[in-house]
Design a protein around this ligand. Structure first.
Ligand code: NAD
Length: 298
């Protein structure tokens, strides 16, 4: 039997917002495979994540296959809208965000957070990008403002470049090479009418960016891949446009070769594969974990 053993690897996972996020299932799978997991969460959700990591009522969601519990080595705040702290303009933020950010005691920019992890843990083997934000996602493409569009692109797409750039020095020379994995959606290549606000453009950008990045970090032995996940009702997705995502999940399930929706654990399993030596020559790829939905013409 060929198992996946990530013992001794350091995995930096972004995008855990709660215990329904794809990144939550990915983090658990990485720890179950032996990796040390560090979470970098949006400052707004650090308290929520610390809650699901400690509350009795959430214990079941922390369980790993061997009966132990998911326990990241660290939970750090990071706002992927900022490459360095010089980008932070507190006075331009809403008052509640200003107050919350003013209380943070660590560097919550991408570069500062990645440097802190790379130095404390002596390197980074795995980087997970599971971040998306589009303030106007419920607006149609026609009604999307320039500001909303550019913000969606910056946070949901450019952040992969900024994170990879910051992590690359810490991935260099790691045994087996580093692995970067991001999450995309079919809305980046086909028309999904309700996926607006610049989100479809952000995913399209993310897809070519991942290929570009694969070239630029490849000479150091690192790999960059994306998973295109089928629609899944994370807590955040359910709240965007109640009813709409449910319809997408049902439609995709009915029209997929496997005739069922995906499970978030299936995305996590595919991430494990991409981060493992089994995928040592796989880079610049988009792996569809969507029950085959993308091959259909209807
Ligand atoms: N749920 C789906 O149907 C689906 C399908 C395909 C791809 N995806 C992608 O999977 C990824 C994870 O989505 P999810 O469904 O787990 O939802 P989620 O809301 O749980 O995850 C998105 C995460 O992005 C984080 N985020 C938003 N703005 C940020 C910022 N400025 N800085 C740092 N973090 C920020 C949020 O805090 C959240 O944790 C996203 O890239 C999403 O586009 C989702």
């Amino acid at each position: 039997m060929v198992g996946i053993d990530l013992s001794g690897k350091v995995a930096l996972v972004t995008g855990v917002g709660d215990n329904e996020s794809f990144a939550w299932f990915i983090s658990k799978a990485l720890q179950a495979a032996g990796a040390t997991v560090v979470l970098a969460c949006h400052p707004r959700v650090v308290g929520i994540v610390e809650g699901v990591l400690s509350r009795d009522m959430d214990r079941e969601s922390r369980l790993l296959p061997d009966g132990s519990e998911f326990k990241p080595a660290k939970v750090l705040p990071c706002d992927a809208g900022y490459d360095t702290m010089a980008d932070v303009k507190l006075d331009e933020l809403p008052p509640a965000t200003q107050r919350a950010y003013a209380k943070l005691t660590t560097d919550y920019s991408i570069t500062g957070m990645v440097d802190a992890v790379g130095k404390e843990f002596g390197g980074i083997d795995v980087l997970i990008h599971s971040i998306a934000f589009g303030r106007e996602v419920t607006k149609s493409q026609l009604d999307t403002s320039r500001k909303g569009y550019l913000e969606a692109m910056g946070i949901s797409a450019y952040s992969l470049t900024a994170l990879t750039r910051a992590a690359a020095p810490y991935m260099a020379g790691r045994p087996g090479g580093g692995s970067v994995v991001g999450l995309t959606y079919i809305g980046g290549e086909r028309v999904v009418p309700h996926y607006g606000g610049g989100m479809s453009a952000a995913k399209a950008s993310l897809q070519i960016d991942a290929k570009q990045l694969a070239w630029f970090v490849g000479e150091k032995g690192a790999r960059v891949n994306l998973i295109s996940a089928g629609p899944y009702l994370s807590r955040a997705m359910r709240s965007i446009k109640p009813g709409e995502m449910e319809k997408s999940v049902e439609y995709a399930a009915a029209h997929s070769p496997l005739r069922r929706p995906i499970e978030p654990q299936e995305v996590a399993s595919a991430v494990l594969f991409l981060c493992s030596p089994l995928a040592s020559a796989v880079t610049g790829q988009i792996l569809y974990v969507d029950c085959g939905y993308h091959v259909m013409g209807t």
